[in-house]
Ligand binder design. Structure first.
Ligand code: DGT
Ligand code: CA
Length: 627
């Protein structure tokens, strides 16, 4: 019987087969029979829910990308041909950003037509998508070097160093590596030294700190996908993301989803049968938890519709915010929990979140503010901020083109920006100093400005601004002459090197750039890469004061790896009257969409449209830039 299931699975989408509540019209007769057979087996205890789940699992693009990336890393540590390594890592990127699921491709031969994917890897992809396994990977995973791949997440540690610590000291896990670094045992290894040892130690601490949390941008699309699949379950009345994800925190430990239904068992059965559910931790009537193939946990809670608002509020959190609201209720003799607002035993509210807030005399508080950071007090005084929203954004003031390290032409970027409803887009490619990115010389910059002005004649109701992301040198000078910069529409300046200056030196460096009359905006002001690189030390108060005194703008870089300024620094900036620019730093037209992460971070920082320079319409923006 099991064989029958496995064979049949090749013909039918497991999602359709095993998901109760999916419109039966889209399932053929045989599917329905099969569903019945499997459920019957389950019911008779012939297979466990776990086995069922294994049987139904298909590989998502992300899982495939992860396999390819892991292969690339193992090969690099083994010292294989760099071209081969690069081929796997490129393939990983290609698959990870495909707009459709590779496993759903009917004509598998099409895989060989994907850009950047050669015959050899294409064959492996076919094996992976058809069988969910890859013999080559199973084999290479047995290599003694395979466990060392986690070392490659440590900033400053490359494949050569990873192999060195293993070959010389037999170290193959982070804890041991950390201990060896703490005991000063790495510095004696060939080519390592004391400085690198201390960098590695710092890097390990950073990696371990973030290990249990995922960047927002990694979780967000995956959680949306799960939410969309769950929305198809007929028995669900309402459904929402909750927890830190709804509050759009920059890192997420686990995904919380909340649904209302009068048939929770059906909802839970659908949830644990999701193709993403690699492991089921718990399956109950009110709460179930799964772990995805990529290792993060998703919790689903189901409540009756009359409790939906109370539960959304409760499970959105934060915990500290909940406690504050609950204590307001207690003062009014009300009990507030995830089921509703109660006076004695009688439920007086709970169907919507507004009802919960109203019960304690609060206006609706947007999720991004719910951190017990003064939002409850502000709400009681009627002083909640009027938060900036995506629709307020009129343009993007920092994007790249294929003149340097971007993927698209200026025109392609402009067309994509116009499609988003923007009025303007600033092309800010890198300057000379960033030679890895083919930084612009003064001559190329002039030619680029020429292309932009030609394009502006062609494009209607849209303006491409000529700009630059000019490098700030260690002493605070700019990488291009002021005369070359003055002719541009906008000058964005940024630090890309020498991150290890002292706080005093770094602060002086930034302030010198801020005081330079040609500069408009300082990009990604603290240089952090979430989970990878700590912010460089800088006295943010002094930087903000300098911005205020010189009328300069700080960027909130919306790239999810950066989100720099952070939410807290955004709030500080607004409090001091310093404007911010929410910019994507897009290196491809599709990345213009990252704006939503920037806006979410700004909202977490209480930012109002008045504090965001790119909420200005074009004419007012140009006036503000003195252009
Ligand atoms: P995370 O998962 O660390 O990224 O952050 P959250 O906020 O999603 O935290 P999580 O998943 O532990 O819990 C989801 C929400 O449930 C949380 O934001 C507030 C609520 N919650 C959890 N535990 C408690 C609790 O002990 N008391 C109260 N009042 N609320 C709680
Ligand atoms: Ca959570």
């Amino acid at each position: 019987m099991l064989a029958y299931i496995v064979v049949s699975l090749n013909f039918f989408w497991p999602w359709d087969i095993f998901t109760p509540g999916i419109d039966r019209k889209i399932m053929g007769g045989p599917c329905y029979c099969l569903k019945f057979s499997v459920e019957h087996l389950l019911w008779r205890g012939e297979i466990s829910i776990y086995e069922l789940n294994d049987l139904t699992s298909i590989m998502t693009n992300q899982e495939i990308a992860k396999v390819l990336d892991h292969i690339a890393k193992i090969l690099s540590i083994k010292g294989e041909n760099p071209f081969k390594v690069r081929a796997y890592s490129k393939a990983s990127q290609v698959i990870g950003s495909l707009p459709y699921q590779l496993s759903s491709l009917e004509d598998k031969a099409k895989i060989t037509e994907l850009p950047g994917i050669g015959q050899g890897i294409a064959k492996k992809l076919i094996e992976l998508t058809e069988t969910g396994k890859l013999d080559y990977y199973e084999d290479i995973k047995k290599s003694e070097y395979a466990p060392l791949t986690e070392f490659l997440d440590i900033p400053g540690m490359g494949p050569r160093h990873a192999r060195l610590v293993y070959d010389e000291l037999g170290i193959n896990n982070l804890d041991e590596l950390r201990r060896a670094a703490e005991q000063g045992r790495l510095r004696h290894l060939h080519g390592l030294g004391q400085k690198l040892e201390s960098n590695i130690l710092q890097g390990i601490r950073q990696v371990q700190r973030y290990k249990e949390r995922y960047p927002l941008a990694f979780i967000y699309p995956r959680a949306q996908e799960i939410l969309e699949q769950m929305k198809k379950v007929k028995q669900i009345e309402m459904i929402t993301l909750a927890g830190s994800l709804r509050r759009m925190k920059e890192t997420i430990a686990d995904v919380d989803i909340l649904a209302s239904s009068n048939a929770p068992e059906k909802v839970m059965a659908a949830f644990v049968s999701l193709p993403q559910a690699k492991r089921i931790i718990a399956k109950g009537k009110t709460k179930s938890s799964i772990v995805t193939g990529e290792g993060f946990q998703v919790d689903l809670r189901v409540v009756p519709p009359e409790s939906y608002g109370a539960a959304s509020h409760y499970f959105t959190g934060s915990k500290a915010h909940n406690i504050k609201v609950r204590s307001l209720g207690m003062k009014k003799g009300l009990k507030i929990n995830e089921y509703g607002v109660f006076r004695k035993e009688r439920q007086i509210a709970g169907r919507t979140e507004e009802e919960i807030f109203n019960a304690v005399d609060l206006p609706y508080i947007p999720p991004e503010l719910r951190e017990d950071a003064g939002e409850v007090e502000a709400g009681l005084e009627g002083k909640l901020p009027d938060l900036v929203a995506l629709q307020d954004i009129k343009g993007d003031l920092h994007v790249h083109s294929n003149w340097t390290d971007g993927n698209n032409s200026i025109e392609e970027m402009a067309v994509a920006a116009r499609e988003l409803g923007y009025e303007y887009l600033a092309i800010c490619d890198h300057s000379l100093g960033l030679s890895v990115a083919r930084g612009l010389t003064p001559e190329r910059l002039t030619r680029q400005a020429g292309e932009i002005s030609g394009l502006n004649k062609k494009l209607k109701d849209f303006r491409v601004l000529s700009g630059i992301e000019v490098d700030i040198k260690a002493n605070g000078e700019l990488d291009l002459a002021e005369d070359d910069l003055r002719s541009l529409d906008i000058v964005v300046a940024a630090v890309h090197s020498k991150f290890k200056l002292s706080e005093g030196e770094m602060t002086k460096r930034l302030i010198r750039a801020i005081e330079n009359p040609v500069v408009h905006i300082i990009a990604h002001p603290t240089g952090r890469l979430i989970g990878k690189r700590e912010p460089y030390p800088v006295d943010m108060d002094k930087v903000l004061d300098a911005c205020k005194a010189n009328g300069k703008v700080l960027e909130l870089n919306a790239h999810p790896e950066r989100l720099d300024l952070s939410d807290l620094n955004c709030r500080k900036a607004q409090d001091k009257g310093v404007l911010i620019a929410i910019s994507t730093d897009a290196h491809a037209d599709s990345q213009l969409e990252l704006m939503k992460f920037g806006v979410a971070t700004a909202r977490r920082g209480w930012i109002e449209p008045r504090s965001v320079i790119n909420t200005l319409p074009l004419s007012r923006l140009l006036t503000r830039l003195n252009r």
